[in-house]
Design a protein around this ligand. Structure first.
Ligand code: NAD
Length: 500
């Protein structure tokens, strides 16, 4: 495909630039395109009560590949009536089948789903990359293994809930409405569906409008696994579809992952209803780098923290706080490192940074970068060539950032890092906590005692030490402050789905 040929580098913003990589010398990686092709239908319906159906309105929307801007498929656009039908199906399945089933039997279904996910991992990874834009090496090595391991993990809990809540009698809540974003479409579906089912609830899931496809293929897996009709219903659509689910009186529990603005609206809407709610919202994590840290290892961690998945990660290490005495060295190493990151075809196994998820998101990134330049911060961008079609953004970082700059306060949700310095540990903690968010943080130092001291003072739900963006189904994940409340993953991830 010609679209990913390097193009002549064009100035994109008033940035200080790295010397261009020499693509003319003939020294470059050969392309290594992923050869697996998933079986993609031209049209997808809503998955309600174990069957595929059109939206009552007959409406559909096109879902595209953000790396090529080509339409992949047409997807049924669920409306309020469809949501109502899905909630009713979930209620029937709850009353008649799922809540009556033993934990051991529920667990068998979850194990079966986990195993089919493993069998289809390669195709689903390609589909995730095509629909979302993330590099194949990430969807193949992270999203898919983690999605199946969440089903395995919660399958194990299904018949052991009494051990998770000793001395109590945990009961399912009923119908769970779940709304997920576009950055980890299949993984977020697994994070939400697996614990809900393990605890005996049934589900209506709404995937994000730009990335519905892997959730719909997950529905095919539910059919293959013989999951009883109505236990999981999947209704793609946009914000109206999500709002209909939030406002539906038949939903007992809501789980939302997405932006803080929408999360606040949901919290207000749900407050008078008595529905249970968990919110996983935005973040502006600080990665704190002390002078005694192994610097090369830390630079790799910083790169993983912000450039992984194009920075489309709520827990991305989007602020780097570096001890002043090593700032120049770290900036030099970071510049050298990001020049080597390969931006382009997400289906190429060599690609480090794939496509931005949508034109809208690319616009948001550009707007915030322009604000950073206008407010006086210094922008450094890799001068890598970007594909001519599709939505791409080069790895970038700002120095000379102050706490009042928008790029220090607002979530950019793109491959853009804001660097600040500190002189004392107390200053580092104060700067790290100086945000309305509290989802994650990182600490880099060779002193174990300092890791414990600093992490105990950071107001963040997840803190990584000498690593970043590591996930495991056993570890709970969630935030403080405007990053939301409730935990997903681990034993803690069972609590939001039971009454005890
Ligand atoms: P978004 O809030 O606009 O959309 C998220 C989901 O909510 C989508 O499915 C969308 O259709 C739906 N939605 C939108 N408006 C709604 C409404 N009024 N009622 C019900 N549903 C509605 O966010 P986005 O732009 O799709 O995703 C990016 C944001 O998500 C970022 O801010 C990011 O930090 C956050 N995020 C957080 C986590 C986490 O675990 N904390 C994970 C991923 C993304």
């Amino acid at each position: 495909m010609e679209v990913f040929m390097p193009s002549a580098a064009k100035p994109r913003t008033a940035a200080r630039r790295a010397p261009a990589l020499d693509f003319t010398s003939g020294w470059d990686y050969s392309r290594a395109p992923e050869s697996v092709r998933p079986d993609i239908r031209k049209e997808y319906g809503l998955f309600i009560n174990g069957r595929w159906q059109s939206a009552k309105s007959g409406k559909t929307f096109a879902t595209i590949n953000p790396a090529t801007e080509e339409t992949i498929a047409q997807v049924a656009d669920g409306g309020a009536e469809d949501v109502d039908e899905a909630v009713q199906a979930a209620r029937r399945a709850y009353d008649l089948v799922w809540s009556k089933m033993s934990g051991a039997d529920r667990g068998k279904y979850l194990y079966r789903i986990a195993r089919i996910l493993q069998e289809k991992a390669r195709e689903l990874a390609v589909l995730e990359t095509m629909n979302g834009g993330k590099p194949i090496k990430e969807s193949r090595d992270m999203d898919l293994p983690l999605a199946s391991s969440h089903f395995f993990y919660y399958a194990g809990w299904a018949d052991k809930l009494a051990y998770a809540f000793p001395g109590r009698d945990p009961q399912p809540l009923g119908v769970a409405g779940q709304i997920i974003p576009w950055n980890f479409p299949l993984l977020m579906a697994a994070w939400k569906i697996a614990p809900a089912l393990a605890c005996g609830n049934t589900v209506v899931l709404k995937p994000a409008e730009t990335t519905p496809l892997t959730a719909l293929h997950l529905a095919q897996i539910f059919q293959e696994a013989g999951l009883p009709d109505g236990v999981v219903n999947i209704v793609p659509g946009g914000r109206e579809t999500g709002a209909a689910l939030v406002q539906h009186p038949g939903v007992d529990k809501l789980a939302f992952t997405g932006s803080t603005a929408v999360g606040k609206w949901i919290a207000k809407t749900v407050a008078p209803t008595g529905k249970r709610l968990t919110l996983e919202l935005g973040g502006k994590a600080a990665n704190i780098l002390f002078a005694d840290a192994p610097i090369d290892q830390a630079v790799e961690g910083i790169v993983t923290g912000i450039y992984f998945n194009q920075g489309h990660v709520c827990c991305a290490g989007s602020r780097l706080l570096v001890e002043e005495s090593i700032a120049d060295t770290v900036m030099r190493k970071l510049r050298d490192r990001i020049r080597t990151l390969r931006v382009g075809d997400p289906l190429d196994k060599n690609t480090d940074i794939g496509a931005i998820n949508s034109r809208h998101q690319l616009g948001k990134i550009k707007e915030l970068v322009a604000a950073g330049v206008a407010e006086g911060a210094d922008l450094y961008q890799s001068d890598c060539a970007l594909p001519k079609r599709g939505f791409f953004y080069p790895p970038s970082f700002f120095t000379g950032v102050t706490a009042s700059h928008r790029i220090a306060r607002e979530e950019i949700f793109g491959p853009v890092l804001s660097v600040m310095t500190f002189r004392t540990p107390d200053e580092a903690v104060e700067r790290a906590n100086n945000t309305c968010y509290g989802l994650s943080a990182g600490v880099w130092t060779d002193k174990g005692s300092r890791i414990f001291e600093i992490s105990s003072k950071l107001k963040a739900g997840v803190i990584w030490a000498n690593t970043y963006n590591k996930f495991d189904p056993v570890s709970p994940f969630g935030g403080y402050k405007e990053s939301g409340f409730g935990r997903e993953g681990g034993m803690h991830g069972l609590y939001p789905y039971v009454a005890v």
